[in-house]
Design a protein around this ligand. Structure first.
Ligand SMILES: *Cc1c(COP(=O)(O)O)cnc(C)c1O
Length: 307
């Protein structure tokens, strides 16, 4: 039994008309936790439980933390999530609603993470939000499903934070003999750790995250994602926060599904008719979802970016 569900793949008439390509949407926003993260986190949690771990610990105040909490509840394994003070009330409430223990500690993520690591006993498993081969294996199921759904795209668009989704999708492409399909990797300005690494030809670390798309806010992509960007056909694309937020609002109108700006970064490439899409006949957009921002928050941010 998987903790994630097989998600629908639907054609987007709206985005097809805008881009001139045939656009398909892989709707991982419909996962029980509202994002693709449960694919990898769920698989990793199941594996750690099999190995005899009796508690799951996370330091993510975002969709990864919510997925760990959900997985723990499903598997009857207690979960502790340590989050920094900056984590929104909404995210804390979503984690607590899954019966996980929420500990608020530190001004920034690294302080929460340090405490989380210090709590780890022999029977505890630490769930990293993006840098774990078990996670990539789980994310790869997304491509297994695509193959079963019978649409072989000319390109796949996805958002990149720490690069776990990117690494998992490429693993899925290879295990299905689809290794020739290029990835279009979307980020926002201020969270563009992959784009800047690819530009400079080395894995860089951002000094700080300045984008509102906090789910993309890894200062550095994981080694695996960096390596794959050098070996797998990868096109990098960066949009600003305003474009990502607009994409969220338009996507809600067009498809009645609310996603975070982290996902809006991918969708913005279609709404903005980005040149990077040109020449690809059939494109799958991974609608990675995200539940940490409501529509009021998105509209408020968007009003602020227009000032
Ligand atoms: C985590 C997350 C991402 C980025 O995934 P990585 O594996 O860190 O690259 C993108 N969108 C949403 C909604 C997320 O939760």
């Amino acid at each position: 039994m998987n903790l994630h569900i097989n998600t629908p793949l639907i054609e987007s008439r709206a985005l097809s008309l805008i881009t001139g390509s045939q656009v398909w949407l892989k709707l991982d926003a419909l996962q029980p936790t509202g994002s693709f993260k449960i694919r990898g986190i769920g698989a990793a949690c199941q594996e750690y439980a099999r190995r005899g771990k009796r508690r799951f610990v996370s330091s993510s105040g975002g969709n990864a933390g919510i997925a760990v909490a959900y997985a723990g509840r499903c598997l009857s394994v207690p979960v502790t999530v340590v989050v920094p003070e900056t984590t929104t009330e909404r995210a804390r409430a979503l984690i607590a609603a899954e019966n996980a223990q929420v500990i608020v500690h530190g001004k920034a993520w690294h302080e929460a993470n340090t405490l989380a690591l210090s709590l780890l006993g022999d029977d505890d498993a630490f769930l990293h939000p993006f840098d774990d081969p078990l996670l990539w294996q789980g994310h790869a199921t997304l491509v297994d499903e695509l193959v079963g759904q019978g649409v072989k795209p000319d390109a796949i668009v996805l958002s990149v934070g720490g690069g776990g989704l990117f690494a998992g999708v490429i693993e899925g492409l290879h295990r299905n003999n689809w290794g020739d399909i290029p990835i279009i990797a979307a980020e926002t300005i201020g969270a563009d750790s992959l784009a800047q690494s690819m530009q400079q030809g080395k894995r860089i670390t951002l000094e700080s995250i300045t984008s509102i798309a906090t789910s993309l806010g890894a200062q550095q992509v994981c080694e695996q994602a960096w390596t794959l960007s050098q070996t797998h056909p990868t096109h990098s694309a960066v949009v600003n926060d305003h474009a990502a937020l607009n994409a969220c609002e338009h996507f809600l109108d067009d498809h009645r599904i609310l996603v975070e700006p982290a996902c809006g970064a991918s969708l913005a490439l279609a709404y903005e008719q980005a040149a990077v899409l040109h020449g690809f006949g059939t494109i799958v957009f991974i609608v990675c979802g995200g539940v940490t921002a409501g529509i009021d928050q998105i509209r408020k941010w968007n009003a602020a970016t227009m000032r």
